[in-house]
Write a protein that binds this ligand. Sequence first.
Ligand code: SAM
Length: 490
Amino acid sequence: MLGRPPTVRAARAARAARAASVEPAPKTARSKSGLRLEWPGRTWEPHRESAASIDGALPTLDVDEIVGSGEGGRLVLGDALGVTNALLAEGLAGKVNAVYVDPPFASKTSYAYEARLDGPADGRVLRTHAYDDRWLGDGVGTYLDMLAPRLEALTRLLAPGATIWVHVDYRASYLVRLVLDEVFGRDAFVNEIVWRRAPNLGRQAASFQFGRTLDTIVVYGQGRPAIVPPTRLEPIDPGSVRWDDAGRAFIASPRGDYTDESIERLDREGRVHRTASGKVYIKYFLVAGPDGAWCRERRIDTLWTDVKPLRHASPGERTGFPTQKPLSLLERIIACASPPGGLVVDLFGGSGTTGEAAHALGRRFIVGDGSPLALAASRARLLRAGIEPTVATCRPVDGPPGPSPEVVVGEDADGLRVELVAPREPLAWAIDVAHVAGGPFRTAWHSERMPGTRAVAAERVARLPAGPGPIAVRVWSDDGGVSTLVPGRL
Ligand SMILES: C[S@@+](CC[C@H](N)C(=O)[O-])C[C@H]1O[C@@H](n2cnc3c(N)ncnc32)[C@H](O)[C@@H]1O
C-alpha cells in the first residue's frame, strides 16, 4: 500500500492542510517560477541534491528475471523515487527522451484489481486490493509530499528537448503545474492536454454540475522541446470541394488574419484562390479518406476527444487493473514525444500500458511500479504481447506471500514435461531450465492467463527441451505474490 491511509491523528493535519496555498517564494527558496506552493509539513525543496534513496542506502536495481533475450525493455518493482535515483546512479541523467507518469490523483479512493477468470460475460471475478489513493486528512499535503520529489527526480532523467507528461485530473492538475513551475520555471510549460476519458452519462450527467469526464495531461519540457502533433482527417461537405487547374481538390477559407506578406508567400505556393470579384481565399488541399470521401487534414490540438475510453477497447486489452489507460492514448503520446529507438520511462506504470505502446512503436522502455500486483499484471501483459523484458526490484518492497506451487516434472526423449498441479488458476507461471541459485530466473518457457470475452487460463502442462542445469518453476498470483520452486526430476 503506497498511499498512507487516513488516521485519527490525521484530523489535526487535515485542518492544517485544508488548502495548499501559493505564496511568493522566500529569498532562500530555489523555485524557478518565483512562486512557491505551501503545504503544511512541506520538506521538499526543488534543486536540492536529493538523498540517494528513501531509506539512506544507495538504491540499486537487482535483476530478478530475464525473459528470453531480456532485450524487450525493463520492468522494475519499486518506489518511483528509489527507482529514479537508481537510474540516475546508473548514468541515465539526461538520457531519456520522454517521461510519462500517471500517478495517483488524490482521488480518496482505494482501487481494486478485477481478474475476470472466465471473461467479462461469465462471472467469476477475483478482486484484490491494487493500490491506495487515500492520503492523511484531506490529503493534499501528504499527497504532494509523495508526488513533488518524485516528479522532480524524474525530470533529471530528461535529455535536452525531452518532455515529461503527467497524467492527472481536476483534483491534481493545478498542483502539478505549480510543482513543475517550481522545478522548471513557467517558460518550460508546453501543454495542458484535456482527454475525454468517459462519456457524460449516468451519475456524472445528473450530478447538478458539469460532468467530470475529463483527464488532464500536463506537459513540461527541458530546453526547447519539439513535439510534432499528429493529424486527423476531417470529412468535408462534398458541396464545398473545388478543383484547381492542376486537378487538386481543395476547400477555400477566408484569409482570416493572414498578413499581406503571408498572402504573397501562400500565392507563390499556389495556395491562394481569388474569386471573380478579386476576393482572396486560402486553399486547403484535401486528401481522400479511407472511404474515399474528401477530408481536410487537421493537426490535433490540446482537446483530445478522439481517443476512445478504455471501455471501448477490445476485451483482450482490458487487464482488469483499475485506472488502466488505453493503448491508443499512450501510442499517441509516445509517437509525438520520442524518436524511433528513443527511451521512454514510466515509473507509475500500473498495468504496463506504456511498455506495450513503446515496444509497438519501436521505442525502448523502463516501466516501474511500487505495487507487486501491478508488476505481476504488467509482466503478464508484456509477455502476452510477445515482449521479453528484464525484471528487477529496487528494495525495500513488501509483497504478499506467494502461492505454494506443486509441480510434476518428467523427462523423456522429447525433453521435459512439467505439469503445474497447484495453483490451478495462476496469473502466470514460468520455467528456468538452467537455474542458478541466487541468480536471476531465466525464463525459457512461460504461460499467462489471457483476458478477453472468453478469458483463456494459463496452460497447465509445459513441454520444452531440457536445459543444462536444474529446473526452477516460478508462479505469480493475481495479488502479486510470487513463489519459486526448484523441484527434483522424476
Ligand atoms: C493510475 S495507476 C497507473 C495506471 C497505468 N497508467 C495503466 O495504464 O495501467 C497509478 C499507479 O501508481 C502506482 N504508485 C503509486 N505510488 C507509487 C510510488 N510511490 N512509486 C511507484 N508507483 C506508485 C500504483 O501502484 C498504481 O499502479
